[in-house]
Design a protein around this ligand. Structure first.
Ligand code: FAD
Length: 301
């Protein structure tokens, strides 16, 4: 199947990866090296982000089109509401369809410049991601994903309204969700329980950012709103001056989180790769997620 939902529904747990469209030739080489290496591990799908407001529109379209035509991978394109008229959104959605990409992650996007600044709608545009889900549903047979926030979206006044808005995106027709990154399983598991209690059965895939450096440990909670448990900070802080030791310990902690999520029955782990293949490949091997033939090929190659 070429649809994300079909790829999620396979029996064995698997993984997916997220890329961003590169800005220059060197970035393009790095991205395609990562794509080729990860292709061998048979991810469920690969997604390409959309620069808020359309700053990457053509590069996102080009990347997903090339993935669709030149690889065996199932691509998904992100799309944002911010700074777009409905006509422009329709145009981009048409380009995705023309590129043979039925999978779209519908997000709102943050105001360009200041992510927490005032959100001003385009005069002929939409307000919320749920409206983009509706537009996609209206325009064609798309497989639609939405963003979910285990610790609530920074703009949500309280957890109840945050959950209600997420539920509204599923009621509008979203097929699955992907979460913001997080570092302890509890917030994700709580969100999953609350969705189930609200009658939402669509899968919500956990977004995983491998803890590779002190910088990630310090910046990620700030950017995501997801807390780092004090034990984990204590465990990793002692390697602050030794990047290699930090990376090893951070990867071990990330693998622990992933293993717990797999124990809890998540079908797919979604990895934020920053356009590299190394950490994802290691985690996929540590967790035994690659098909046997691919794992053997990756080890010998
Ligand atoms: P929405 O679901 O619209 O929610 C935004 C806020 O509005 C929330 O507080 C919500 O509770 C509230 N709200 C929703 N509906 C209503 C309503 N009817 N009335 C009142 N309040 C309401 N950004 C990019 O620019 N490009 C990307 O490619 C991208 N990919 C992402 C992928 C993932 C997996 C995630 C988790 C985020 C991604 N983002 C991306 C970031 C995202 O655009 C921002 O986090 C954005 O601020 C929220 O988007 P959303 O789709 O969740 O918004």
């Amino acid at each position: 199947g070429r649809r994300v939902t079909e790829r999620i529904a396979v029996a064995r747990p698997t993984f997916s990866v997220e890329f961003f469209p590169p800005k220059n030739a060197a970035g393009e080489v790095e991205l395609w090296q990562a794509i080729r290496r990860l292709e061998a591990l048979d991810p469920a799908f690969v997604s390409v982000t959309y620069g808020a407001g359309g700053s990457s529109r053509d590069r996102t379209i080009r990347a997903v089109e090339r993935i669709a035509t030149e690889t065996t991978l199932v691509p998904m394109a992100h799309l944002t509401v911010v700074s777009h008229s409905v006509a422009q959104l329709r145009h981009v959605i048409g380009s995705y369809a023309a590129a043979g990409v039925p999978n779209v992650l519908a997000v709102r996007g943050d105001p360009p410049g200041d992510p927490l600044g005032e959100w001003v709608p385009h005069p002929e545009g939409l307000q919320y991601a749920s409206e983009l889900v509706e537009l996609l549903r209206e325009l064609g047979d798309f497989c639609v994903g939405v963003a979910a926030f285990p610790y609530g979206h920074p703009r949500s006044p309280d957890p109840e309204s945050d959950l209600a808005r997420l539920v509204a995106k599923f009621r509008a027709g979203a097929d699955f969700g992907i979460t913001q990154l997080f570092f302890e399983p509890e917030g994700y598991l709580r969100l999953r329980d609350r969705l189930a209690a609200a009658g939402c059965t669509a899968p919500v895939l956990p977004g995983i950012m491998p803890l590779l450096s002190v910088r990630t440990l310090q910046r990620a909670p700030e950017l995501s709103g997801a807390p780092v448990p004090p034990e984990l900070t204590a465990e990793l802080e002692r390697y602050a001056d030794d990047p290699a030791a930090f990376r090893a310990a951070g990867m071990e902690a990330t693998a622990r989180l992933c293993a717990r999520l797999l124990d809890e029955g998540v079908p797919v782990l979604h990895f934020y790769t920053l356009n590299r293949s190394g950490a994802t490949t290691e985690l996929v091997r540590m967790l035994g997620l690659a098909p046997a033939t691919a794992a053997a090929a990756a080890v010998s190659g």
